[in-house]
Design a protein around this ligand. Structure first.
Ligand code: NDP
Length: 291
């Protein structure tokens, strides 16, 4: 058992499951959530301690997993932090914000790591997340035991902001393939091809991806569209990726177009839609159901 205290702020679809692993490795695990009932439920279920925000941030290691960097910035601005602690931000956030927060917290002798995760809610549940970390290398080493409790591949990818940048590009690649796979599926169906058989072939061929092997079969073809990763969060991530392209003054037409498509899908989606409902936009355009 690790004697450092650890806190988790933000018990959403990801955070609730990630924080559940910490009591197996740490004696003292604090949880805080904006809606306090979720933290109390977490404490009862997993043996964590539901505390106030100010109490939670007195931990040696502080995880956060909120929707956006703006939410994390507001949270940090509202508390008094403890010298020597490490803030491990698992939000899929904005690289510039990570740089700003790392510099700001350094003044207070606190390390800030941008440590976004990938692997969906199932990866959070099984502690098999990929964690891409930006920030001070020594802080990364000190935070590694806590990150090991929730992740499988945990990689220091560079200075502050690098973790968020890798995550944004990763999700952009997924979005590109989601759009492309929906276009491929409607095209095949328009030509009378059975999608189950077509995708069995594609999944054994060079067009295979997480989208073709997992997202479409388990969310779209079966019409379930389970809400585990909200569409506005994907739209946020593709926006971050496009901002990175623009900041670097690069030409990236595929990224720009995919960002527009995800924004358009988000614009017409019902409230509380999963990211896989991008498929519904293609269905309404083509009048073809992707099943
Ligand atoms: P959810 O919407 O399920 O949860 C968001 C959490 O943040 C909730 O605990 C919510 O509290 C809290 N919250 C929201 N706004 C604020 C605020 N202003 N101040 C304090 N707390 C706030 O999101 P996810 O767990 O799905 O996602 C969290 C992050 O992880 C996002 O950046 C997302 O992009 C990323 N991510 C998500 C994945 C997924 O599959 N879902 C996969 C990988 C990364 P309350 O309970 O009160 O609403």
């Amino acid at each position: 058992m690790n004697s450092l205290s650890v806190a988790f702020l933000g018990l959403g679809a990801m955070g609730y499951r990630m924080a559940a692993h910490l009591p197996k490795h740490f004696q003292q695990v604090f949880v805080w959530n904006r809606t306090a009932e979720k933290a109390q439920q977490h404490a009862q279920t997993y043996g964590t301690q539901a505390v106030t925000l100010q109490e939670a941030v007195q931990a040696d290691l502080i995880f956060s997993c909120l929707p956006t960097s703006a939410d994390v910035e507001k949270l940090i601005a509202s508390v008094e932090l403890k010298q020597g602690s490490i803030w491990i931000d698992c939000t899929s956030g904005v690289p510039e914000s990570a740089k700003k927060l790392a510099a700001q917290l350094k003044q207070q002798h606190i390390d800030y790591l941008d440590a976004p995760v990938s692997g969906q809610t199932i990866g959070a549940e099984n502690a098999t997340l990929t964690i891409m970390v930006g920030g001070n290398a020594q802080a990364f080493e000190r935070a590694l035991p806590a990150m090991n409790a929730i992740g499988k591949l945990i990689k220091h990818v560079g200075e502050s902001g690098a973790g968020f940048a890798v995550k944004a590009v990763n999700n952009m690649l997924m979005a590109v393939h989601l759009c492309a796979a929906c276009e491929g599926a409607t095209t095949l169906k328009a030509h009378g091809v059975n999608l189950a058989e077509a995708f069995e072939c594609i999944n054994a061929s060079s067009g295979q991806s997480t989208v073709t092997s997992n997202i479409l079969p388990n969310r779209v073809f079966n019409r379930r569209f389970p809400l585990t990763f909200a569409l506005p969060l994907l739209a946020k991530d593709t926006g971050i990726a496009l901002d990175l392209v623009r900041e670097a003054k690069l030409a990236a037409p595929v990224i720009a177009l995919s960002q527009s498509l995800v924004q358009a899908a988000n614009g017409v989606a019902e409230d509380n839609s999963d990211f896989s409902t991008v498929a519904k936009m293609y269905e309404s355009w083509s009048k073809i159901t992707i099943e």
